[in-house]
Design a binder for this molecule. Sequence first.
Ligand code: XBP
Ligand code: MG
Length: 266
Amino acid sequence: MIMTALIFDVDGTLADTEEAHRRAFNLAFARRQLGWVWDRPLYAKLLEVSGGKERIATYIDSLPLAGAEKKRLHEQVPALHRDKSRIYADLVSGGNLPLRPGVARLINAARAAGVRLAIASTTTRDNIEALLAGTLGEEASAWFSVIACGDEVRKKKPAPDIYLLALSAMGARAENCIAFEDSAHGLNAARAAGLFTVVTPTRWTEGQDFSGAHVVLGELGEICRPREMFPAAMSGVAGEVMAELAQLFDTVARPGAVLAAMGAPC
Ligand code: XBP
Ligand code: MG
């Protein structure tokens, strides 16, 4: 077994969460009567900024306000983001937001095969735990050897820091781990940390540049029908790691077809 761990991004990868985040931001703004409303086109643009606090700060800087007013608003950002996170955790608790197709089956196949699981996310631990509890059950957080998240690193994605933190905490080597991501920022963070990468875009990230990925899938478990697969996926250790991933998928897909789809000899 070459592959030692699967490291999952959360927002957009485990579940399509950004609409819930957008609603939580707007509810938090309304509670403070700020008069701010992030519609979908604006939020899609703001998603270019990693991190909710950084996103709010970027938005404040874009407003036509005097410096003193901007300074006053910036001072509110930490408390405003805490409000937003509480609202978001309520929105996703109780299974209100499902995991993306194939995620639960891949996680269970990895657990059965003794492949370690980890998380590397920009969002907060509370948000992650609320999503895991609401979708996989209260005990699910314990399935992950490491949950590296939020402000545990100074530089957020696309910097590699959060993946390097997860690898270091697990004592794992990047070349033996696969990262699952949904965005170019996340892909670039995982690639910079040296991991193999599988990308499953969402409506928020469709069309971004995923050319550095090993495999791009519509949904996890669709490795039989990769949307794009790059030569790196089938060369050297990468090929062995991806073949082992295919075997994991095999437990959830038709025998043999998976490896054929990856161009490996059946
Ligand atoms: C995506 C992000 C996060 C979320 C909002 O995280 O960039 O900022 O959009 O969550 P991931 P916060 O790395 O999991 O894709 O407000 O807690 O930042
Ligand atoms: Mg993401």
